[in-house]
Design a protein around this ligand. Structure first.
Ligand SMILES: *Cc1c(COP(=O)(O)O)cnc(C)c1O
Length: 380
């Protein structure tokens, strides 16, 4: 008999729920033989713009490219500084260094894992061109107090929304969606994201038509009209099969995000019922936030890596996001940072664990995860 196992994310269950719709949408693209950009991509762009209530949405090849295109459109280059956090995925920072600009780090909050807003203005200089807040693990950063002061200094806010499609935050009683606080919002459709394609994909959204036009040009080698190049851009187009898949998935996304929230709520209840809250700190949902739990990431006491191994031996895949904070990555050593510079990010890199989460995760599976955590701490 096969040993029972639980992946950190089971995409096959997600596909099974929408198989007919997806298969039909992909077949339609095959019949059309129109593979790059075209009506599926512009259709998706219009639907995303409507969903997020923004002027424009521009599809591109990945979330990493979305960030790069956003900074390029803002004219970020050598000599410029861009503020962001070191507790994130690599692409949040590589988009800055790839353009020859300098990342300036601000540490994160130990509860929300998002940027500490009050620390951002302290790092602003005459060279600061942009600020990239990350809505980590599906929860929006607290940006409302920052937008005004940054705006008045001419500093652009480029939101990294790669993990937060459909996440929102209530500001003065009104919901603000991820990607619409700042002038530009960047999304990833990597298959494991909560809105994931069946390959690579990304999108930049904006309420600024001038910036959106420039991004639309930069993604096709900087060409305004075909073969007439205004500037040197990238080849960063979205393909029609990905767009067709995403259009199907977007129709179901709110339901899946709601299910993710339910899964998160059940984890919290189970950890409390098992008396584990002294060793497991469930992720905090900031007041006013609609956290979509792209990941479920508690902090744990003791030997975190030992816990990951213990779960693996039981058949459960847990992951670590992120084991090395970005200021300590070998490729960024030239920036001159050292251990101790961003203590919260460094602590979270040692103490957090990402437990399995996806909309179809069952109560029985969650009970299994929680009792396996309990047995690691000798609580069974
Ligand atoms: C996934 C991710 C990206 C990059 O997206 P890709 O589509 O993989 O290039 C950027 N930032 C964050 C926070 C991410 O999680």
């Amino acid at each position: 008999m096969n040993k029972k196992t639980l992946p950190s994310l089971d995409l096959k269950r997600g596909y099974a729920r929408i198989r007919e719709e997806i298969d039909q949408a992909v077949r339609d693209v095959l019949e059309s033989q129109y593979f790059i950009m075209g009506p599926e991509v512009s259709g998706l762009e219009a639907e995303v713009a409507r969903y997020l209530e923004v002027e424009r949405a521009i599809g591109c090849a990945s979330g990493s490219d979305a960030l790069l295109l956003a900074l390029k459109a803002l004219g970020v280059g050598p000599g410029d500084e861009v503020i962001t956090t070191p507790y994130s995925f690599f692409a949040t920072v590589s988009c800055i260094t790839r353009l020859g600009a300098t990342p300036i780090f601000v540490d994160v909050d130990p509860e929300s894992y998002n940027v500490m807003p009050q620390a951002v203005m302290e790092r602003v200089t005459d060279r600061t061109k942009a600020f990239i807040p990350v809505h980590l693990f599906g929860q929006m950063a607290r940006l409302e107090a920052l937008i005004g002061p940054l705006d008045s200094r001419g500093i652009a806010v480029v939101e990294d929304c790669a993990q937060a499609f459909g996440s929102w935050r209530s500001v003065d009683g009104a919901p603000v969606r991820a990607g619409t606080f700042g002038i530009l919002g960047c999304y990833s459709f990597f298959p494991t994201k909560n809105l994931g394609a069946y390959g690579d994909g990304g999108m930049v959204v904006s309420r600024d038509n001038g910036l959106a036009d420039r991004i639309a040009r930069l993604r096709v080698h900087g060409a305004g009209a075909t073969y007439y190049h205004e500037e040197v851009g990238l080849n960063s187009r979205l393909d029609a099969i990905q767009a067709a898949v995403l259009r199907v998935k977007l129709r179901h996304l709110d339901e899946w995000n709601q299910e993710r929230r339910l899964v998160a709520e059940r984890y919290r209840t189970l950890f409390a019922e098992k008396g584990l809250l002294d060793v497991v700190s469930p992720p905090l949902e900031d007041v006013g936030n609609y956290h979509i739990y792209h990941q479920y990431v508690p902090r744990v006491s003791g030997d975190r890596d030992g816990l990951v191994k213990h779960l693996a031996a039981e058949g459960i895949t847990a992951r670590v996001y992120y084991p090395v904070p970005l200021h300590l990555q070998r490729c960024f050593l030239f920036l001159g940072y050292a251990p101790g510079d961003f203590p919260v990010s460094e602590r979270l890199s040692r103490e957090t664990i990402a437990l399995p989460i996806f909309p179809e995760l069952t109560m029985e599976e969650q009970e299994w995860v929680v009792s396996s955590v309990a047995s690691f701490y000798g609580r069974d």
